[in-house]
Write a protein that binds this ligand. Structure first.
Ligand SMILES: Nc1ncnc2c1ncn2[C@@H]1O[C@H](COP(=O)(O)OP(=O)(O)OP(=O)(O)O)[C@@H](O)[C@H]1O
Ligand SMILES: [Mg+2]
Length: 312
């Protein structure tokens, strides 16, 4: 039985390669291509796996790319629950220019999802039992209704489990209209939810409380990059300033943070430790190049460092 299910509606294969210089019209010799499975929930499953925690990854998939995608996950000991669609999983391309170190990221448009596909997704989720947490991360592909995470929330509540949502804009707005267990917006995402063009850091707790009071969520974690992170519930507030780290790439920091918090929750930790694990995993992810997520040894080092500095 899997205690944690991750949900990815917009998965992608990330193909990374490098070339000396990017110039127009010339054939560019690209070397050592690597392939990684990506998309919000998939990243959470991979980061959980780095922490030694199992999860079931549920995602839309199709075509021969879909089979390859599943193999990539199996190689990382992640179990798949595939909801079939007619189109291929997209492949994003990341090219590193060796002479400058710049990274060029080409993201492909999402696969087209039909009404019967997203209805099947909800049905398959309804058929699951015995899980404790569902983590939905990432954007909605074309064809999926904006209230999809709200619909998921109703199903997860019925199963006496908890839904954690990390997305943005209207998809997040609809999720809190139904009410979810936890959300993890950054400050921009929270500003949109709160209906203000820009929120200052010191306004985040107030904005989070007002959404919690309206039963939009039970817990909110607002991440503010290197500056701070706060965790707010109806009765508690906690804040942590992330440890100083040598940042290589912030890609995947948010998903690693969510994975850290789900790990802590599924191990019965208290709120302040949930935030501590989240920040340690988010910051550990930034210590690696490209799309690499948090490594367990970095997380452990940062946890020790933060505890000894009494960050919490
Ligand atoms: N420059 C940094 N230095 C240290 N830690 C960082 C830095 N940037 C991000 N982090 C860590 O990652 C966590 C999440 O980062 P951030 O607030 O940027 O999330 P996000 O905007 O949701 O990111 P994403 O684009 O991955 O969704 C932070 O709480 C922090 O622990
Ligand atoms: Mg994010």
């Amino acid at each position: 039985m899997n205690k944690i299910i991750t949900v990815t509606l917009n998965p992608a294969i990330d193909k990374t390669t490098s070339t000396d210089k990017i110039v127009p019209e010339k054939k560019l010799r690209c070397v050592h291509p690597t392939y990684e499975p990506g998309g919000g929930g998939i990243n959470v499953s991979r980061a959980l796996s780095h922490l030694g925690c199992e999860s079931l990854a549920m995602y839309f998939s199709g075509g021969f790319n879909g089979n390859f995608f599943k193999k990539l996950l199996t190689k990382e000991n992640i179990q798949s629950l595939v909801v079939p669609v007619k189109t291929h999983i997209r492949t994003n391309i990341i090219v590193v220019e060796n002479t400058t170190g710049f990274q060029y990221r080409f993201g492909m448009e999402s696969q087209q999802v039909q009404p019967k596909d997203w209805k099947l997704f909800l049905k398959k989720l309804e058929e699951q039992s015995g899980y404790e947490y569902v983590v939905a991360s990432g954007s909605l592909p074309d064809g999926v209704p904006l209230d999809f995470f709200g619909r998921m929330s109703a199903i997860v509540k019925k199963a006496n489990a908890k839904l954690i949502v990390d997305t943005s804009g209207e998809a997040l707005q609809h999720a809190i209209q139904e009410g979810v267990f936890m959300i993890k917006p950054n400050l921009n995402e929270l500003s949109f939810l709160y209906g203000k063009e820009e929120l200052r850091m010191d306004e985040a707790v107030f904005a989070a409380k007002s959404i919690i009071n309206k039963k939009g969520c039970e817990v909110m974690v607002v991440s503010m990059g290197k500056d701070s992170s706060i965790l707010v519930t109806a009765n508690e507030n906690h804040q942590i300033v992330p440890p100083p780290v040598s940042v290589k790439s912030t890609v995947g920091a948010g998903d690693s943070m969510v994975a850290g918090m789900v790990y802590a929750l599924s191990h019965g930790m208290k709120w302040k430790d949930v935030l501590l694990y989240g920040v340690a995993c988010g910051s550990a992810a930034t210590m690696n190049n490209g799309t690499a997520l948090c490594k367990k040894e970095d997380v452990e080092k940062l946890l020790l460092q933060m505890k000894s500095e009494n960050k919490i």
